[in-house]
Each structure stands twice: as structure tokens, then as C-alpha cells.
Design a protein around this ligand. Structure first.
Ligand SMILES: [Ca+2]
Ligand SMILES: [Ca+2]
Length: 198
């Protein structure tokens, strides 16, 4: 089992309290399902039983991150489904439940492994960046205000590289967010400077 964790997660149902989002990944060939769970904080640092938000076979939820993608003030999340070459966006309802879902294709055989959200084109709307390990690129999905996304734009890393963990920061102080991805096979770090004319 592989576990990844995102927290604190501010759920709309328990405002101001940090909750946790967790994924687990079954081993390849294992017939058990992969999951995304939420664990609600009782306000004193204790967590209840995990509540399943997503459960499917062989999706390999390698990474997740959160943002309010449809601008309704309820925090949503996006999870990588590595085995299916997609990202899944799930929107939070007013009562703290989640509704499926927008599916974003990262391309055949891309095996996405890590996702980060930020506003990469400085229009005030959350966007997504994803490392597509076996496509040897980083993909950007520009967010649209109603919670949809434009088709993926890709930026190659290196044909020998397997980009994995990804994060964003303004590296050159031009006010635009840049991307940093680990290049596994090359033991390298890829830096993608943001040249958006925006
Ligand atoms: Ca939302
Ligand atoms: Ca944006």
C-alpha cells in the first residue's frame, strides 16, 4: 500500500478546522481498490474513521491537491489517476460531501504522477500542473471560472527523464509562477520558467 497525504484540508462542513485527505494505492495485481479518503478533525486533533470519497480498481491515485476550482467558496480537490492517464476533479458540496467529477486526460501512456495547483497565467483562477512521467513532459490545464479546464498544454522535460514530484514557485522574481519537477531517471531537477505573456 502506498499512502499519500494532503493536509490541512479546510472542508466547508467544518469551517476553520484542519482535516486530512489521504490516498492509498494497492499493489499492482492486488484485487483491492485504490481509495481517496477524508478524515475529519474533531477540533482537538483527533480524527474519526476515514470516509471514502473515491474507490476504484487500479487507478493509482499517486498525488492530490486542493483548490476552489469552481469559485463557490468550497474547497475541491484533484487527484492523479496514474494508471488511467487522467486527473479527476471532485467538487465539494455545501454539506461537505463531494460530487464527481471532471475527468482531464493527460494523454495515452502518460502515467501522471504528481499534481500541483496555482494560478499560472495570473487571471485569478486556479490552474493545474501535472508531471506526466512516461510522456516526459509537464502538462498545464488552465482553469476556467465555472470549474472547467482548457485542454492540456505540454512542455517537454527530457526524453530520458521521468518527471515525478512537481511544485511551483516564482524562481526569477518576475511575478510569474515557475515549475520545478524531479527528473527521476536522470537524477535531475527540471526548472520550467514561466514565459506566459500575461
Ligand atoms: Ca468549490
Ligand atoms: Ca489561472
Amino acid at each position: 500500500m502506498k499512502i499519500s497525504l494532503w493536509g490541512p484540508f479546510q472542508s466547508g462542513s467544518v469551517e476553520g478546522i484542519a482535516n486530512l485527505l489521504v490516498t492509498d494505492t494497492a499493489r499492482l495485481g492486488d484485487s483491492s481498490q485504490d481509495h481517496v479518503y477524508i478524515l475529519f478533525n474533531n477540533g482537538f486533533g483527533y480524527f474519526g474513521e476515514p470516509i471514502v470519497l473515491l474507490a476504484e480498481l487500479y487507478i493509482q491515485p499517486m498525488s492530490l491537491t486542493v483548490g476552489d476550482f469552481n469559485n463557490d467558496n468550497y474547497i475541491d480537490f484533484v487527484v492523479v489517476n496514474s494508471n488511467r492517464n487522467i486527473l479527476v476533479v471532485m467538487f465539494q458540496n455545501k454539506n461537505g460531501s463531494f460530487q464527481k467529477q471532471i475527468i482531464l486526460s493527460t494523454g495515452d501512456f502518460s502515467n501522471p504522477s504528481s499534481v500541483v495547483t496555482d494560478d499560472f497565467n495570473s487571471d485569478g483562477q486556479w490552474d493545474l500542473a501535472v508531471s506526466n512521467s512516461y510522456a516526459h513532459n509537464v502538462g498545464i490545464f488552465i482553469g476556467v471560472r465555472n470549474g472547467t479546464f482548457l485542454s492540456q498544454i505540454t512542455f517537454p522535460t527530457n526524453s530520458q527523464s521521468i518527471p515525478s514530484a512537481i511544485t511551483s514557485v516564482d524562481l526569477n522574481n518576475d511575478g510569474q509562477l515557475d515549475l520545478i519537477a524531479i527528473g527521476n531517471r536522470l537524477n535531475a531537477i527540471h526548472i520550467l520558467l514561466n514565459t506566459c505573456d500575461c
